[in-house]
Design a protein around this ligand. Sequence first.
Ligand SMILES: [Zn+2]
Length: 463
Amino acid sequence: MKTRSSFLVWAALLACAASARPDITVVTGHNNNEEATAAFEFRRVPPPDGNSGAPGKFTIVDGRGDPNGGGLEALNDGRTPTEEDQPEENFFFDAGTEGGRLRLDLGRATPIQQINTYSWHPGSRGPQVYKVYGASGEAAGFNPAPKRGTDPAGCGWTLIAAVDTRPNDGGGGGQYGVSIGDSSGRVGEYRYLLFDCSATEMEDDFGNTFYSEINVLPVGARVPSASAATESNAPEIKPYVARSADGKYEITIDTARAPELTEWATNKLGPVLAEWYPKIVALLPSEGFQAPERFRVILRPGRGVAATRGTRITANARWIKQELTGQALGSLVHEAVHVVQQYGYARRHNPHPSENPGYLVEGIADYVRWFMYEPQSKGAEISARNLAQANYDRSYRVTANFLNWVGEKYDKEIVPQLNAAMREGNYNTNLWVKGTGKTVEQLNTEWKQELKKNINGTAAGGS
Ligand SMILES: [Zn+2]
């Protein structure tokens, strides 16, 4: 028994950690998106201590917290998120930034038994990447708040461990637990801990880890027992990698959680995305913008249809399976448009980005899908049945129909122009006037009149 557990510790050490002292142990656990629950149960990492919360007070030393998050209190309030994407129950550094530094003040020098950190997010910001340092605060030249660029080891801090739970294949959604301990039962005696947190990826704005809880357990504290065997032992299915004809773009399709879709992903989805992604990139350019050259599609049982965050598309395998000859491919072409849109770009390049209308974000994606990828399906046609609700800002395929009409009748550049403005944070309603000489409301009225005429004409003609 003893041999087995020390082997596990060593395996974990070799896989993911470096530490200042050889007797520091870093044990990690992962529950994938389907298995993660609010209990944060891991086989080897103790669950968060939900009763009392953990001691100490956090301060941001460098960087800034995301205003959508729960603030620093979320880190040791003893409350864990109950869902996979619950910003207010987590602390995370702001979108588009490269992490930051947090200091925990335990109030007095404290012998530490374990430092346990927990995170949960369905996307690439699930894993944890940080270094943790400890300090008594009494060393000569001690800097209580070393900013990025200052090596804490040079100003009174001791490196305890470096943690990186990102999987090698670049995936990473789900729930992570990390337990830093010491074979002697004592990590060290420190008053302050400094967490130097890195973003898990910088391909998009959403790479800062969703930290759900950071618990420091003093020597003598009860360690909640790690019990459940919820970690996945499913055999790994290698993701399929599709490449565009020119080799520039790479699309990884992960079917590890939906092995029955592997053949479809390889023979159908891969070729469609490899052909269409470069076309979408060419259709939606803007000055100085480079579309992501790599993105990932994850097919797994879930809810809804599909969603895209940055360069990660997740799609519900259950829905896909029902739609293999129906909407499956088209819906993923729609998601690939979101990868190209990258409207988060505006926040990094424009100090005062305007807000993008949601109906246009979806309308452009559906325009590409219904009018370019599958015009033969006529899925965006408006019939007598839904004419009354048709409005330019109805979103999805209705907006797509409107965009197609404006493009054919007035300005064939309208979609690329709207997209470029939205990516740059410069959207405003004058864009319609500039391109067509009419306001969007005037265009809407005219479009609806034509729709009505065509529908009535078709009905009268009996065809
Ligand atoms: Zn969409």
